[in-house]
Design a protein. Sequence first.
Length: 335
Amino acid sequence: MEIHYGSDKNGLICGYLFSADAPGTAIGLSEALDWLATTPTNNPADFVWLHFNLSDAAAEAWIKARLDVVPEFFEALHEGSRSTRIEDAHDTLVAVVNDVAYEFSFDPSEIETLWVNVSPRMAISARLHPLRSIDRLRQAVKDGVRFESSVGFLNHLLQDQGDVLVRIARTATLQVDSVEDSLLFGRLQHKRGDLGKLRRVLVRLQRLLAPEPGALFRLLRNPPPWVAPHDLDALRQATEEFSMIIRDLSELQERIKLLQEEIAAQVGEQTNRSLFTLTVVTVLALPINMVAGLLGMNVGGIPMAQNPNGFYVIVGIVLTFTVLAGWFAFRRKDN
């Protein structure tokens, strides 16, 4: 089923207000701005989440003009590196999260980026294309899930992304199993291309989704003062699970590499057999071609031209040399 996202004139896709005594309720930009400006609270469970569509040209300008977002968030939007990371920028968490498109079909171009700005009272997320993990998070909010804090919201997003990666790894494993079974039965049609495409996807996933250990280490060593210890533990656990999934993807890449090498070896062996067959046919045809060429020169002195048994003598000579050539060729093959 195709998912269509809508957004208002400022690029807002959805907005939710979370509080300690109620699940998330949908709000618009004006309600979110009023709540941020007029509702003081010390409860970490009270915060707003605003999700924007960056393909709307007005979204980034509106965020920069109306929301308290650190400059590092906008720098992350425009810098070339999109590797997954979570950084502390002036006591605000800035996360770059790579995710797969909603209709993911194992195409490297379907890996997209989500940018997140998390402060005590506000979580901002922005993307260019529909993503699977953020859609799961929206559905969870609609189903009544609650968060203990805005960092808990970020941890839930990372857990959803981990679940998506687990399913991708399982699907990729099933595809590799299918190729391996086909290899064992000798059916290799179109399998080399499938393996190459799958390996490119896994390499891109590993390169983009593997969290930067340096940024995470700095964050865990010196976190913002408003982040609770249990949220840090959950963040550490989420990144460890991420690392395990990335390691599984790396092992799957090695398995694909071995399968590709085995397929290349089998293709090379088939090519060698075809070349050997062609060589044998050429060798076996050589005596008769030489004799036919000599006897067909139409010059005087052709032996046994007047002999009534000359044809059978020539045939015997040709067969003898053909048998000797075949014996020599197959003897070399056995060696």
